[in-house]
Design a protein around this ligand. Structure first.
Ligand code: PEP
Ligand code: MN
Length: 343
């Protein structure tokens, strides 16, 4: 249950409510930035009808509260004037890792000509083996920012560790929490205090309820700008790198107000399956996709099997436009077409 407080409540009224909750041993969390009191386990709303400090009571019986659709109908995340979750189909694209200046500039130039507004790229990479390419680190962040600024794009990059937060905040427009970090509660807690959007990937073994509780960590700190990203879950079957759970899109629509995008690259692990999965993501009503694109996929230093080439990306755009239209959404790329007639 969530108790929404009146704006600027009298201190004594607020203290009265909190004292009552403590006295009655009702577990509660006063979230000052949001002016709410969350009672994660409590169900009887009549107990609070006499408290003048309460504006509205939201009865919510899921473990996640602020992430619930019962609390909020819709969240629109705005990243430097481009909105996510607002009836647009957003396309975020770029290499798995930033590798050098030429690679990221070539990619940004190509993507921006296609109308893409979000440039993704890893500078600090989570790699299974310490001997794999782990990213250019600070240099990668600088190149990503420079390329994005040159082509008027927004930067999406991973925040791999809490110790890197200040640095990554200096370069990113959207901070990506990778699949391996969905359970990094201390990192999530700190991301609740920042004022930039967070792209929260689903852990590859993460249940939906755990994913929404990970979002709850960020929301409860006061940061409501969260974009969920399904990137495939691990299964018993090695035929595909991951199982892309597209059915989670309508499920999230029922459970939560947060926008949700699909990552068909990690979701399938194979370039040839990226276009069909992207089309399916659009058809099932996702708010967008996050796709790995590389000027020379075979030479990519990470995730080369799943990176699509520029020509494959152009095909993806051509094929996805009519699908997006059928769903009643408008592509953010389409918006550029309407505005400039440039494609
Ligand atoms: C990535 O986006 O390159 C990445 C490492 O993703 P994930 O956390 O989903 O594996
Ligand atoms: Mn990758």
């Amino acid at each position: 249950m969530i108790l929404q407080l009146k704006p600027n409540p009298e201190e004594a009224d607020l203290a009265g409510l909190l004292e009552y909750l403590t006295k009655e041993q009702i577990a509660h969390h006063f979230l000052k930035p949001l002016q709410v009191v969350v009672l994660p386990k409590f169900k009887n709303e009549r107990s609070f009808s006499s408290f003048p400090v309460i504006q509205k009571i939201y009865p919510i019986d899921t473990p996640y509260q602020l992430a619930s659709k019962a609390y909020q109908e819709k969240t629109i995340v705005t990243v430097n004037d481009v909105s996510v979750g607002d009836g647009l189909f957003n396309i975020m694209a770029g290499p798995c890792s930033v590798e050098n200046e030429e690679q990221i500039f070539k990619t940004a130039e190509f993507l921006s000509k296609q109308g893409v507004k979000f440039l993704r790229g890893g500078a600090y990479k989570p790699r299974t083996s310490p001997y794999s390419f782990r990213g250019l680190e600070t240099e990668g962040l600088k190149l990503l920012r420079k390329a994005a600024d040159t082509y008027n794009m927004r930067v999406v990059t991973e925040i791999l560790d809490l110790s890197l937060l200040d640095e990554v905040m200096g370069y990113a427009d959207v901070l990506q929490v990778g699949s391996r970090n969905m359970h990094n509660f201390y990192l999530l807690h700190e991301l609740g205090k920042i004022n930039k959007p967070v792209l929260l990937k689903r852990g590859f073994q993460g249940k939906v309820v755990e994913w929404l509780l990970a979002a709850e960590y960020i929301l409860s700190g006061g940061n409501g700008n969260i974009i969920l990203c399904e990137r495939g879950i691990r299964s018993f079957d090695p035929s595909s790198r991951n199982i892309l759970d597209l059915g989670v899109v309508p499920l999230i629509r029922e459970l939560s107000h947060l926008p949700i995008i699909i990552d068909p690259s990690h979701g399938t692990g194979t370039a040839s399956r990226v276009i069909p999965s992207s089309l399916a993501a659009a058809a099932i009503g996702a708010d967008g996709i996050l796709v790995e694109v590389h000027p020379e996929p075979a030479k990519a230093l990470s995730d080369s099997e799943q990176a699509i080439s520029f020509s494959q990306f152009s095909q993806l755009i051509e094929q996805i436009k009519p699908v997006v239209k059928v769903t009643g959404k408008q592509s953010d790329i389409e918006k550029v077409i309407l505005k400039t007639g440039s494609l």
